[in-house]
Design a protein around this ligand. Structure first.
Ligand code: NAD
Length: 428
């Protein structure tokens, strides 16, 4: 939003190269895993409400499907680029692998700003996206899901288009659907809750009771809100959140030292997770510059907005009190800033581990949809907790045993599994 010169795919490749070095991967496997296996670029003609036709650009990138059907969200964003989609697709491969679920990695997107599209236009855009890639996606090859600025309704329109074209019912084609229309209970909460399950485990290892901690969160969308909900259930105190202001085209932080009220802030935010700054001020929140969330005197920082947020320019503003950074967003920390965090010996729970709860629950949704048999919410959340906890413990144990950072350990475990699957299939 504010700046976009940073190339996310180069950052993802740099992280992968480091993991490949640690694993001493052979040249062919490195070359194979550094790039997506397949990518589709297309145009989507959209009949606008005013009678004109506008052309939008769409993408689907399948990074790797050696361990199972490709899986990954679809983002609607005005600054979407193919390199962003490539990076996110690659991270999906590592995410499904570190969570040890039988899926690969993919990502999709459309360069558009849904703030400026009517619901009818959004529906036609979703249907247009499916029409352009229907030959290349499907319940047993590539299963999409929501991501930034897409939601359950978008997924249902996409599913409907897929089913209208195929003439069959395929609820397992897409995840993140509305509950009652093939969606899973608990999917809405899953990513944010998953982030906090990893925080809970980290605090347990550090011997710190959650109720003695405070946190600051960047973003107030799907991931951020449910992370806050579970953290508050554990009696942690959130003192600051931030969000994007569409009118001012910048972000603001909202601080309340005695702890933010989730319901109150939700009631004054729009469907894109933007908080109304005038109403927040009336409710007693200090409205601060966008980056203030990062400068808070807290124990835990949770970036849960977008990529490229913790950078060389601001990493030194992080308070010495911060003990844990749990990356709810994908790619919030640049590789250079990550170096600086390592030097400060800050404990970072890396994105593709911390935010894996979404895809874990998407996997549960896919299983339920394909069986046409749906589980109770407690069962879904219980299974989510078990998967997230075991993924966290495996990474943490590996990091300690091999004196690696959590990011390095997560990479070594996940890249190794994918490389092995590629070798087992005889691909490399
Ligand atoms: P969302 O669209 O629901 O919310 C995004 C939030 O970030 C909004 O509150 C928006 O106002 C805020 N924001 C945007 N730019 C900002 C900025 N510069 N400063 C402060 N706030 C800003 O998106 P989401 O689904 O919550 O996803 C957030 C991140 O988590 C993304 O990186 C996404 O890829 C990642 N993620 C999402 C899921 C999921 O299940 N939704 C799963 C895994 C990872």
């Amino acid at each position: 939003m504010e700046k976009k010169t940073y190339n996310l795919f180069e950052a993802a490749q740099k992280q992968f190269d480091h993991a490949a070095e640690l694993l001493e991967l052979d040249g062919a496997t490195r070359d194979f895993l550094r790039m997506p296996m397949r990518e589709y670029h297309f145009t989507i003609p959209l009949h606008m409400d005013d009678g004109k036709v506008k052309i939008f650009r769409g993408f689907r990138v399948q990074h790797n499907d050696a361990r199972g059907p490709a899986k990954g969200g679809i983002r609607f964003h005005p600054l979407e680029t193919i390199d962003t989609v490539r990076a996110l697709a690659m991270w999906m491969t590592w995410k499904t692998s570190v969570a040890n679920i039988p899926l690969g990695g993919a990502k999709g997107g459309v360069i558009c700003d849904p703030h400026h599209l009517s619901l009818g236009e959004q529906e036609r855009l979703c249907r247009g996206w499916i029409r352009q890639v229907i030959k290349n996606v499907g319940p047993y090859s590539d299963v999409p899901a929501p991501d930034v600025m897409t939601n359950a309704q978008h997924m249902l329109w996409m599913l409907d288009e897929y089913e209208v074209i195929t003439g069959e019912r395929h609820p397992g084609f897409i995840t993140g659907k509305p509950v009652g229309m093939g969606g899973s209970l608990g999917r809405r909460e899953a990513t944010g809750y998953g982030v906090i399950i990893t925080v809970r485990e980290a605090l347990r290892e550090m011997g710190i009771p959650p109720e003695d901690t405070t946190a600051s969160v960047q973003g107030f969308g799907n991931v951020a809100k449910y992370a806050i909900e579970l953290y508050q259930k554990m009696e942690g105190k959130v003192v600051c959140v931030s969000s994007w202001d569409e009118n001012d085209q910048c972000s603001y932080s909202f601080q309340k030292k005695e702890g933010i009220d989730l319901n109150e802030l939700s009631s004054i935010s729009d469907s894109f997770g933007g908080i109304d700054k005038e109403k927040a001020a009336d409710l007693g929140y200090a409205v601060l510059p966008g980056e203030a969330w990062l400068e808070q005197e807290v124990d835990i920082l949770i970036p849960a907005a977008l990529e490229d947020q913790i950078t060389c320019e601001n990493v030194d503003k992080i308070s010495k009190r911060v003990k844990i950074i749990a990356e709810g967003a994908n790619g919030p920390t640049t590789p250079e800033a990550d170096e600086a965090l390592n030097q400060k010996e800050l404990f970072v729970i890396p994105d593709f581990l911390a935010n894996a709860g979404g895809v874990v629950c998407s996997y549960f949704e896919q299983v339920q949809s394909n069986m046409n048999y749906f589980w109770e919410k407690d069962e879904v959340l219980g299974k989510l907790d078990a998967k997230m906890t075991s993924a966290y413990v495996a990474v943490s144990d590996f990091a300690k045993a091999h004196k690696l950072t959590m990011r390095e350990a997560a990479y070594v475990i996940s890249v190794n599994r994918v490389a092995q699957a590629c070798r087992d299939r005889g691909w490399v």
